[in-house]
Design a protein around this ligand. Sequence first.
Ligand code: F6P
Length: 532
Amino acid sequence: MFADLKAHYEALKDRRIAATLDADRARNFAAQTGDLRLDYAKTQIDETALAMLIDLLDQTGVADKRAAMFEGRPINETEGRAVLHTALRNLDGGAVMVDGQDVMPEVLKTLDRMADFANAVRDGSYTGQGGAITDVVNIGIGGSDLGPKMGTLALAPYHDGPRCHFVSNVDPADIAQTLRALDPATTLVIVASKTFTTIETMTNARTAKAWMGESVSDTGAQFAALSTAADKTADFGIDPSRVFGFADWVGGRYSMWGPIGLSMMIAIGPDAFRAFLRGGQAMDRHFRSAPWRENLPALLAMVGLWHNQVCGHATRAVLPYDNNLSRLPAYLQQLEMESNGKGVSMDGVALPFDSGPVVWGEPGTNGQHAFYQLIHQGTRVIPCEFLVAARGHEDALHHQHQLLVANCLAQSEALMMGRTLDEAKAKVADKYAGAELDRQAAHRVFPGNRPSVTLTYPQLTPEMLGMLVALYEHRVFVEGAVLGINSYDQWGVELGKELATSLQPVVEGDKTAEGKDGSTAALVGFLQKHGL
Ligand code: F6P
């Protein structure tokens, strides 16, 4: 499927990107929707490559698949489910039908219930045994943690509700260190789990309940649940008035728009949360209507396919020059790698090409002083994705923001321009001569021609965050649709879960490691000898 594109890449890969980058290219290889602009001019993609990539979208039926998703057809075929997280932000978009029924009345009713509860927590009319809620602890993992945590951090400038904490890891250090600083009598615990069976979450929820029970008489009264499993939340002792449900057509890693976003809503307030939803809805409309050439999710996906499946760059760095987006790379790791890290196509046949890339990153400028060395001079090419706002939220420190922006733009420029041997020699010619000059200069050469894209926006508002998250969700959809995989299941997490269950009695000492492989048995032996 990628043969022609690969041949095209081979033909142009030594061309210097910088040599082609005039004002026309800058204009033609950029797109904008609302206030969000994508610049992909600093890549090797040319008009021919773009035409071929657009052709690929057409040949693989992406438009029909997109319609199937928005129309609520069961595109998550291995689980027989529709994929309709878009309904959660469909604030004024009319009916969304699943199995002949409009799901919007229930979605909007739940959103109103969440808003009422969030307001009550925020204004102190909902209290704990010790009075108004000062702290909210969201217990969840994967999509029931990463989305609300990333979003709450991202919107820190809008955070005017109680403090929010996020506990995800089954490592007792996580919950113990979080709860140690809190007063149970003024803490609300939100158990966020679509299935309400995830072992880490349920273990932490029980620990939190025991902690609460040490000083609060009605522990259940200070718990809320976000789940599709109403029977299980009732068994846990949470009153239905504080249970916020959603349907199975909301995948875990796509769920921050609905009840799973409750902690974020409590932090920033229902109005700001609705603005976040509006941003997502605006991106949905853009994705459904814009031609591929102007369609940001499709363009980002085409750049992704180009770099990964065509050029063979196995990883991609996400580099937000926006400290409040510090958890965006982690959030995207689940969104992209759990969605598109698959080995077979929809019909169960081994993929003849690579699936999704490894996604990683850290905010700038921190990353510059850590791993950018490898990005600039290492032997592997790592496509980079920069994000930067025109303005931060610290008006009095705008000069620092300007420094941040200068660094961001400088990095993409440096990656593209590089530094030749002659330029490097000129830099150190006053210190060295002859063979030593050659040797020293070689260390200072930057190959350049390293691709990057940049997303820019005026400010990271709730609405802009909504646009960005929806942009990435649809990018994953387009890449998955082209690759012909199911982006909405995650069978790859099952085996480890099963083996952890079978190893539990072994590590607890109730069973021997007999039957386990030699390495695993030896690891258990070592850990037991040292106090396991
Ligand atoms: O283990 C993977 C996973 O199923 C994710 O897809 C999901 O986001 C996470 O676990 C948590 O699941 P739950 O919300 O059901 O606790």
